[in-house]
Write a protein that binds this ligand. Structure first.
Ligand code: MV4
Length: 516
C-alpha cells in the first residue's frame, strides 16, 4: 500500500472516553508513557477508580449512557477545552462509531483507533463480507445478496444445502439470525429473521450462509501502523461464551497449531489491509471441526480480552495503540510474533450464574484480589465501590500466565482460591465449576458448550473449598473451638480435618457472610 507522508503529532495528554477497568487500563498505560490523563465520569461514577487515578476528571452527565458516555460532541469539546491531544475510546460506548472518530479528526484531536473509513467499511456485515471475498479472505460459504422473498431464500438454501443460517444484512451480535436444519423450517425462520432484523436495525434484509456446526470462536489480534504495515499478534480462543458474552478467553488456542496460526494470521492481515486498517483490531473467525476457518467480522477497537495476548506476546497493546496513533511505525519487535507460554482470562461479573445470570448490583463490602506469580488483575472497582445497575456488570478481569496451559489452569485455580468478593453475587462459582470440567480442562470446547452444560446442570457450583486466605481465621476458630469443647479431638483425630476447621471457622466468624 502506498501512503503519503504521515503527520506525526506527539500525544501529551489523553482524554479517556470510558469508565471501569478499561479506563483504568488506559490511564496506567499513559502514566507509563509520561502522558497526562483526563477522566470523564457520569454521576454514579464520581467516586470511581478512573476518577481517583487520572490527573484530571470532569463530569459528563447523569447515569444513562446516552446522556453521559455517549455524548460524542460534548466529549470532543471537552477534550479541546482541557487541551487533550488525543481521545482513547476504550471498548463499547463510542469506540466503534465512525462519526465519533470523524468528530475527533475535525476537531484536530487524535482518535486512538482506526480511521472512520475503516470503521465504516467493517461496520456493515454484507459490505465487509463482499470486501473480504474480494481480498481473498475465507468467509462462510453463502450469498451476500439480500433474499427479497421466501422463494428466493428457499432456492438459495437448496443450492448450498441444509443446515443454513439466515442472517440480517445489517446485523451483528446474533440479532436477526436463525439457524435452519431442514427445508420445512425455512418459512417460519425466514419471517422471524426479517421481522427481528427490521425491528433491531430498521433494515429487514437478510441473506443465507451455510450453517457451521459446533465451531470454535477464534479471533486474531492485529495491529496496523499509519504507514500501511499490518501485523498479527496471534489468536485468542473465545468459545466459552454465553449469549455472545464471553466468559473465559485464552491465548494461544488449544486448537491452533503453528501452521494454522500462520494461515489465520495471514488471513487477518489481508482482511485488515483490505480496509487500510491502522491501530488495534480483531478479526473474528469461526473455526470448524474439520479445521476450516471463516472470517465473521472485524472489531475495530481494543477488546476486553486483549490482556491474554499481551501476556503471551510481551507487547503492551495500549502503548502500541498510542505510539502508532502518533505516527510511529511498528518496529522490529513486531516481526513474526510467536506466543510464549499460556494465558487465561476470566471475566468477573456482578451476576448470579445460578439464577439466570441476574445482575447483582450493590456495595462491594470486601474485596481481596489474588497476588503472586503470574497473576494480573485488571480491576475497575475497589473495596467500598458501589456497583451500579446502569452499566455492564463486568467488575474486573483476572488474568493468569504460566509456561503451559496445564500450569495456567492450576494457577487460575489457586488465584480463585485467594479471591474474595463480598456484598454482591459474582460468577466466580461458575469458574470453579468450569475448572472441574473435563472438557474445559482438556481444551475441548465450542461456542455452544457453556449453554449446553449449564442447561444440563453439568456446571453446578463446586463446594467452596478452604483456601490459604482463610487459614488465620480457621486457626483462630480452632483455638476457640478447642477451648469451648475439649471432648472433640484435635486435627489428628479427623481425616477430613480441613473441612472440620472450615465449618468451625464459618460458624464462629462468618455468620451470614456471603462468600464467593
Ligand atoms: C454463524 C454461526 C454458525 N454458522 N454463522 C453469532 C454472532 C455473529 N457475529 C455470528 N454468529 C454466528 N454465526 C454460521 N454460518 C454461529 C454463530 C454463533 C457464534 C459465533 C461466534 C461466537 C459465538 C457464537 C454463538 C452462537 C452462534
Amino acid at each position: 500500500m502506498t501512503t503519503g507522508p504521515v503527520p506525526t503529532k506527539r500525544i501529551r495528554k489523553v482524554l479517556i472516553a470510558n469508565r471501569g477497568e478499561i479506563a483504568v487500563r488506559v490511564i496506567r498505560a499513559c502514566r507509563e508513557l509520561g502522558i497526562r490523563t483526563v477522566a470523564i465520569y457520569s454521576e454514579p461514577d464520581r467516586l470511581g477508580l478512573p476518577v481517583l487515578l487520572a490527573d484530571e476528571a470532569y463530569p459528563i452527565g447523569p447515569a444513562p449512557s446516552r446522556e453521559s458516555y455517549l455524548r460524542a460532541e460534548a466529549i470532543v469539546e471537552l477534550a479541546v477545552k482541557v487541551g487533550a491531544d488525543a481521545i482513547h475510546p476504550g471498548y463499547g460506548f463510542l469506540s466503534e462509531r465512525a462519526g465519533f472518530a470523524r468528530l475527533c479528526r475535525d476537531a484536530g484531536v487524535t482518535f486512538i483507533g482506526p480511521s472512520p473509513e475503516s470503521i465504516d467499511a467493517m461496520g456493515s456485515k454484507v459490505e465487509s463480507r463482499r470486501l473480504m471475498i474480494k481480498a481473498g479472505v475465507p468467509v462462510v460459504p453463502g450469498g451476500q445478496d439480500p433474499l427479497p422473498d421466501l422463494e428466493s431464500a428457499a432456492a438459495f438454501a437448496e443450492q448450498i444445502g441444509y443446515p443454513v443460517m439466515i442472517k440480517a444484512s445489517a446485523g451483528g451480535g446474533g440479532k436477526g439470525m436463525r439457524h435452519v436444519e431442514r427445508a420445512a423450517d425455512l418459512a417460519s425462520a425466514y419471517r422471524a429473521a426479517r421481522s427481528e432484523a427490521g425491528a433491531s436495525f430498521g433494515d429487514d434484509s437478510v441473506y443465507i450462509e451455510k450453517y457451521i456446526v459446533d465451531p470454535r470462536h477464534v479471533e486474531i489480534q492485529v495491529m496496523g501502523d499509519l504507514h500501511g504495515r499490518v501485523v498479527s499478534l496471534g489468536e485468542r480462543e473465545c468459545s466459552l461464551q454465553r449469549r455472545h458474552q464471553k466468559v473465559v478467553e485464552e491465548a494461544p488456542s488449544p486448537a491452533v497449531t503453528p501452521e494454522l496460526r500462520r494461515r489465520m494470521g495471514a488471513a487477518a492481515v489481508m482482511a485488515a489491509s483490505a480496509v487500510g486498517y491502522s491501530n488495534a483490531g480483531t478479526c473474528e473467525f469461526l473455526l470448524a471441526k474439520d479445521g476450516n476457518f471463516y472470517f465473521l467480522e472485524m472489531n475495530t477497537r481494543l477488546q476486553v480480552e486483549h490482556p491474554v495476548t499481551e501476556l503471551v506476546t510481551g507487547i503492551d497493546l495500549v502503548h502500541t495503540q498510542i505510539r502508532v496513533a502518533e505516527g510511529e511505525p511498528l518496529g522490529a519487535e513486531f516481526d513474526d510474533i510467536q506466543p510464549h507460554g499460556h494465558a487465561i482470562e476470566v471475566r468477573l461479573y456482578a451476576e448470579d450464574p445460578y439464577n439466570r445470570f441476574t445482575p447483582s448490583p450493590g456495595r462491594i463490602v470486601r474485596l481481596r484480589l489474588p497476588e503472586g506469580p503470574g497473576i494480573r488483575n485488571d480491576c475497575g472497582v475497589y473495596e467500598g465501590s458501589e456497583v451500579s445497575i446502569h452499566y455492564d456488570p463486568m467488575l474486573a478481569k483476572l488474568i493468569v500466565w504460566a509456561a503451559d496451559r496445564e500450569h495456567a489452569l492450576r494457577r487460575l485455580e489457586r488465584a480463585l482460591g485467594e479471591l474474595r468478593v463480598e456484598g454482591i453475587r459474582t460468577n466466580v462459582p461458575l469458574f470453579r465449576a468450569l475448572l472441574a470440567d473435563a472438557d474445559f480442562r482438556s481444551g475441548n470446547m465450542d461456542i455452544g458448550m457453556l449453554d449446553r452444560k449449564m442447561a444440563a446442570g453439568e456446571l453446578k457450583p463446586a463446594e467452596d473449598t478452604d483456601s490459604l486466605a482463610d487459614l488465620p481465621i480457621i486457626a483462630a476458630a480452632l483455638a476457640h473451638h478447642e477451648q469451648a469443647n475439649r471432648t472433640i479431638g484435635g486435627p489428628a483425630a479427623s481425616a477430613g480435618r480441613r473441612s472440620v476447621w472450615a465449618a468451625a471457622a464459618r460458624r464462629e466468624a462468618l455468620r451470614g457472610g456471603s462468600w464467593s
